[in-house]
Design a protein around this ligand. Sequence first.
Ligand code: CDP
Ligand code: MG
Length: 697
Amino acid sequence: MDALPEIVFSDVFGPELPKLQRLRRRAESMRASGQTIQHDEFIQALNKSRSELITRRERHFQVQYPALPVAEHHDEIIKAISENSVILIKGGTGSGKSTQLPKMCLEAGFSANGLIGVTQPRRIAALSISNRLREELQHPEWVGSQIRFYEDMGPEAEIKVMTDGILLQEYRHDKFLHRYSCIILDEAHERSLNIDILMGVLKGVTERRPDFRLILTSATLDTTGLLNFFPGAPIIEVGERVYHVEIQHWNWDAPALVHLGPNASYVEQMAECISAIEQKKPDHLLAFLPTERDILETKKILEQGLSERFEVLPLFGRLAPNDQQRIFHLSGKIRVILATNIAETSLTVPGIAYVVDSGLVRISRYHAASKVQGLPVEACSQASANQRSGRAGRVKPGLCIRLYSQEDFEKRPEFTEPEIRRSNLCNVLLHLMALGLKHPENFPLPDPPPITAFKAALRQLHELGAVGDFEWGTQLTREGLRLSRLPVDVGLAKVMLEAKRQGVLYPVSVIAAALSVADPRIWPSEEPDKSRAMTSHGRFKDKRSDFMSYIRLWNYLVEQWPEDASLSSLRRLCQQDFLAFFRVREWFEMLEQFCRLLEIPRSRRLIEAQEANYDAVHMSLLSGFLNNLAQKKKEENAYRLSSGREGFLSYSSNLYRSRPEWLIAGEVKQTGRIYLHTLAEIKPAWVEYYAAALCNR
Ligand code: CDP
Ligand code: MG
């Protein structure tokens, strides 16, 4: 059912009010009786009253601009947005794109025909931009914002700052985006999946609505690609940032730092570097680290070393909005802010003089072999590093220290790879179809995957029961809709939904988390460690299933490492049991993420034997890993996969000798031949149940 646009009525609408109230009442009674609501009429009436309101106000208001590079191009930009349906604005960080362009749209009179929409990739950025606009316009009531679970749109709002996800949700209900007269798509260079899909969506809207305007902005825009996507759109280049930022690459061979030794972790390096800078000339600092855990560890080290004058503030996506907002409030102390890449773009943190960049980022990447969307920590791109350094020098000259060498920087890719290339296409397609797009083949994307790949994705969605058919034009099923709401890989989402139905969500999440990171067990190749490791891992063996070994190992870890124990005790435990400390930590972290997404109350606890019912656990796994289903071949030593290809069992599996008739693999890897890893015996009846579409009777 369509959602009603959220409007708070007040007497600002003057004579229009009774009419709008009538419309609202009608719409509400339609909603109550379960009918679909056409809100074109509703929105037109609303836009008309808004336009009258603005005309009334126009007489006594003029938009003011601070001295920023974007403002120098004021006339040119206003002219371009009036004459073209799409324009691109390219400008260095801090040039005023995010904060000044919405005001120019306001000045150009766009709000008379609908809202001026501004999208941001992240919630914290959306809130900070809307706050800044409120201050600069000195009319807080003109600016509204909306992010997930939070909305602040007054009746007089003319500018709406939101995350890109919110706009996509609105598009589900209104393919013309009637509420908006223009959209500013900020940070287009980030090329997240949402941004790519929005570009396609908005391109369609500009074609259908001649009055609609689209402005794309970016600091490091790869403009040639985008120009092919929006042919004829003018590009306006504005100057660099206002203040100079000096870049230094930290030299770890410097005498003062050698004591850290070559094996120091990046967390230790980061803490060392921050202490060194703050001792020399104390000032506000922003540091970039890849993960939440790294941030908390660095914070711990710094709090022991830094004096009372300093305040160490963490900043990551999961932090409550109020705690995130703390970075914007000056407390009188010198602030050291430790952030993930959520602080990379769009933010101006008051007072920042230094940026320290670990050069690392946690990025989501789909592994076709293991069918999981992993979150590895990797070196960030040059564009990303430049964005990070741009967080200094926004309010005064700045210094950026990179904890890696100049050569390392130069070897890195120029841009971060667009998310669409790092994602499972099934997920992309599911997302597109959930938006109501029936022919993704015709849907414009800036970097479209080959059509054959989309076809294969559609087939896979069909196997998972997410669509009714494998021809274009087919609809998402109820199951498909449910899957589209879980922000994990679709195969895994299916496993989770099934596990929930079977009552084994927690044990299956533990397994899924283990599959999403590399095998935590270490397998030394030399004696005597080799045999000792085998004995150690042998304790967790399960005859029928390697997945169950993960559950046993899990229970062992939970018992040996209670929740209040320190990380160093986990490190010792891992050493003694031939486990990789890093990967065990990743496993715990991954599970934490799953528990958050799936609203499972506790992420670390023992799994009772009856809780991990063999049939229920393996049926759930099978439901999402149909591609990894294998049947023993009669003659040879091989297995036949559901794709028809031939695979061999991995030597490290407990099932290597028993060779059951039917099995599923957690991972299918091609290294010369195809090898099946992490195996479990399954019953043919389950195959018929879950893989009816694949069965050949
Ligand atoms: O989007 P872009 O990186 O081009 O810049 P912006 O976010 O529009 O900010 C432009 C300038 O406004 C910054 O360099 C700061 O000098 C200033 N600004 C600020 O002082 N406080 C804010 N909350 C936002 C911006
Ligand atoms: Mg910006």
